[in-house]
Write a protein that binds this ligand. Sequence first.
Ligand code: 7GP
Length: 819
Amino acid sequence: MQKFDKALFKKEVENNARKLFRRELTELNEKEAFHAVAAAVQNQIIDDWIRTTKAAEEEDCKRVYYLSMEFLMGRALGNNILNLTSQEEIRDVINELGLNLSALEEAEPDWALGNGGLGRLAACFLDSLATLGYWACGCGIRYKYGFFKQQIVDGYQKEVADDWLKDGNPFEIRRAELAKEVRFGGWVETVQEEDGRLHFVHKGYQAVEAIPYDTPVVGYNNHVVDTLRVWDAKATDTFRLDEFDKGNYQKAVESANMARNIVEVLYPNDNHYAGKELRLRQQYFFISASVQTAVADYAKRHNGDVRKLYEKVAFQLNDTHPTVAVAELMRVLMDDYHLTWDESWEITLKTCAYTNHTIMAEALEKWPIELFSKLLPRIYQIVEEINRRFCETVRAKYPEQAEEKIAKMAIIYDGQVKMAHLAIIGGHAVNGVAALHTEILKKQELRDFYEMYPEKFSNKTNGITQRRWVYHANPELAKWITAHIGDQWLTDLSKLEKLAVYADDKQAQAEFMAIKRHNKERLAKYVLKHNGIKLNVDSIFDVMVKRLHEYKRQLMNILHVMYLYNQIKDHPEMEFYPHTFIFGAKAAAGYKTAKLTIKLINNVAEVINNDPTIQDKIKVVFIEDYKVSSAEVIIPAADFSEQISTASKEASGTSNMKLMVNGALTMGTMDGANVEIVQEVGAENAFIFGMSSDEVIALEHNNEYRPMDIFNNDQEIRRVLMQLVNGFYSPEDPELFRPLYDSLLNTNESDRADRYFILKDLRAYMKAQEEAVKKFQDEEWWARAAILNTAHAGKFSSDRTIEEYAKDIWGLDKIVFKD
Ligand code: 7GP
């Protein structure tokens, strides 16, 4: 390992300018300079990257393939520099070159290959895998267009295509030599072999070529570099001469288009399943390519004998999206490597494991048999056989209630292929993402499976990487932490516990809150630039950043703001501590209620922010285009962390963890990982309110909830709700927000009124808010509680989560460099 050579690095950046742009570095704009610097950083990484693979291969390490439709990576440059630990030197060189590192970082587009929690978790996991020295490959899709960019026009969300690759990605390497063929459609012919065995031959298919692009995942300060491999699609020999000869130009071009379509765009749904054929095509495309590669790679290193594949390969299915991997692995083992069904099944079971990320019914993937079998005939055949055998097992195990059990548990039933069932039956492990979530899976959603295979189930509470979410996002706090307890927290977050002794220390409190203030100033600058709104940094920064979804209850938050506004208007003389409500959220493009909620937030902001009589006591800010890179500015500035989902609905949440470690106090329900946050920090250092998950589930079952009673009996709430339909916030169109009003008060065919119990919890929420605002004004109390939140956030590192997966599910060993 050579030391970082400043002079060499400098020379390289200058050379890159010439090589890439045929100009001098000084003549480049920011974006071009970013490319020149990024290419030099990539060069720093490359030796370690090659060396990591060599070392892992030599020791025959086990490798985990994290199979995921989404990797919400954010920007790479800053994080890579930081993990290389030559940050100071690189910054010096960049300054000497007359450039500015943060400006260069700003010039990089976010890698938005994901929607929200599930995709960002995958990104944090890769960072932790590399940092802990495990051999890992994230496998996904190289979407041409990532998650859409959000513009707010007249208060409405507008989606704009995210052409993130248009200037190229300096960190990716096209690995044409590793291309694989993926087959769609056609039919299966059965051939009897000489030895009497049946062989299945896929005929009449359309082939697509999958080409991998590798990007490095740099471990922190350990010279381990793992890989994120995303697949691009290309038609196989696009203009086949024989097609040309037959005058089939049209057909040749069509297949080129079909290939291109597969990787065109990320589906912008979070916690929701769209059921489109193209989506299944995407799934099989990247899974087939990844599985073929993983098996081939193993075979190459084990004399072509794949019978012990599971000893060296683990597939983690990030929700059900990659579940065709179960059948694809069976297919590859049987059809390509000629193993028997039983041999293949044993390997598949021991290789695959599944993580569930939601209990929302609308997220459950179920494919119509017809669509599935037509697109993937051989795979469907295998799924049928897995299902047949499973049903046999059920009949043997539950002779009395066989049909009832099969109705609930079969993979193929009611004309549908149920992907969660395939994932559970075809793997050795199933996990939820927070303790409460896993309990709900075991007791309710997956109860029958838990009864049948209790040994498969475990909990793996989510985590986030402190390298991006503290070290990179909040450098001032990072420095302060290191000054107090040393820098071990960077790779062992439990060390933060040592900060607890400073909670009562006056000087530490002052320093901690000064850092918070600087971060609030930084955010205020961002908001002024992007929204044209001036924020008061002495006010409470009350932050709710996450996907927009009814169950997350952004609507409850804004209803509370509307209530406060009424209070101030009625009692102008009342004492009121200045309060800034900050929202960041994208709604799925087709999710009407969610989009209307964005419009409501913006209209409320418009009215309140422009009302001179309230003298800036309340400010409402909707930050456009919430994404990883803006989260890095918003989160460190938060005082309140809004985690107000209907209990039982948020599987875990991860913004709750990012906010906590940055010293925000949780305003939350006992849902998802909030439960564990409260366990760690103590209920006295958070603001917990509302129904418990048991209460919610009971009320869902007994049908006794009448939100109209609340409307009738609580005049203040009634007034707020009336303001949704009397034009108070939409004078030009008083009916505009009627659908939101209806969603809370009127039962319709598809939905019970107030499905997410917003009105039921609203009073409790208002009280918790009041309490929190009071506490905020006790500066000493608040500083102490804020420090304790950071100090007790140790559990929520993705390093801890990954160690648990590595030990309990994957059985990984660490890479050791011998040289
Ligand atoms: C999310 C969950 O909503 C969130 O609670 C959790 O923290 C996160 O996964 C990571 O585990 N789920 C999704 O983003 C999602 O789309 C449907 O789930 C498959």
